[in-house]
Design a protein around this ligand. Sequence first.
Ligand SMILES: Nc1ncnc2c1ncn2[C@@H]1O[C@H](COP(=O)(O)OP(=O)(O)O)[C@@H](O)[C@H]1O
Ligand SMILES: [Mg+2]
Length: 371
Amino acid sequence: MSNEQSLTNIYNTMVSTNEIQRNISQQTLVSELEKLTRKLEQKKALDVSVAGRVFSKFRFTKALEKNQGVYIHGGVGIGKSMLMDLFFKYLNLKEKKRIHFHEFMKGIHQLIKNAREKNVRDPIKSVAADYIKNIHVLCLDEMQITDVADAMIVGRVFEEFFKKKLILVTTSNRHPRDLYKNGLNRKLFLPFIDIMVSNLNVEKLSAPLDYRKIKISGKKKYFLSASPEDTFQFNELISDFNLRKGSGIKIQMNSREFEMKRFQSGVGLLTFNEICSIPMSSSDYLEIISHLRLLFLDDIPDLSNGGDDSAKRFINLIDSIYDQKVELLCRADVVPEKLYTFGKNKFEFERTVSRLFEMQSTNWPANGKSS
Ligand SMILES: Nc1ncnc2c1ncn2[C@@H]1O[C@H](COP(=O)(O)OP(=O)(O)O)[C@@H](O)[C@H]1O
Ligand SMILES: [Mg+2]
């Protein structure tokens, strides 16, 4: 990253072009992340020069020792993921990885299971070391510990990561001391908290409001494709979230991968065909929706003619969105009650129609998804 492209300058440009509003706590975090970027890039430059190799250990590992990265915490919709993604995007380093925490843990459990089957000695340690063999910087979005199986292994995993000098940037809606609060066997989890606090700068972000909510507040949530005005508004909202320039996300489902190309910081755009015209189970939908806070669903067709299978999938999709309290903005050919007027899933579809209406109200979801 050159000087003109420093994270602070990029942030300032976003403010001056009205992409975002200035926020002091975000600015502080941006300069923290910028320092980390500089350290990493200096270290990289030294590592490639011969003299550097001699000095780098002495000059930089030391400086990084108490600073293995940043733990960003705070409420919903205040820019945690946005700033972590900004850091990730502009970090000029090949050995970097960004992954959702939930996805990360799933992968680690699978690798530990494989290692156990092969009778590897100390499987947790060996998996942790292998995982970061080619990774220097790991960005984990939405760290939260709710599962005892996760709670019992994270301490060992991250201990190994930091021993190997991994740089970690993570977001969470809780301070490390509040993770896994009241969880089963929490005492065994406490070393993990110490590891996080002693290795990472814990930074709290705060904002007067949930920025995500502001963008859609007072706006319609169900748009009709035939109306040019609706279509214009729907597209304007999509561009407010920068989805077309977004990072995209690959989600591992039971046996396949699902790619959402237009995705950024928990907000995604899908067409009806992309998500309801291919085989999908309820658990696939649960998995996909768990990565979202807001979904734009475009091109919902009239399902009455031969749309039984898609209608069934749409029922499951809406249930998943509803249960997980995700915001939904739709563009459809017809109003909800006309989407599926006859067919074998008609009875069940009534629940979907009712949920579609409920989700359009301004105070839905009353208590949105946390983090
Ligand atoms: N300072 C800001 N001004 C306006 N919008 C912002 C600001 N910071 C973040 N946003 C927007 O708010 C939304 C939520 O941000 P995100 O990083 O996903 O929040 P979090 O991860 O904290 O839940 C995103 O669409 C982001 O672009
Ligand atoms: Mg987030």
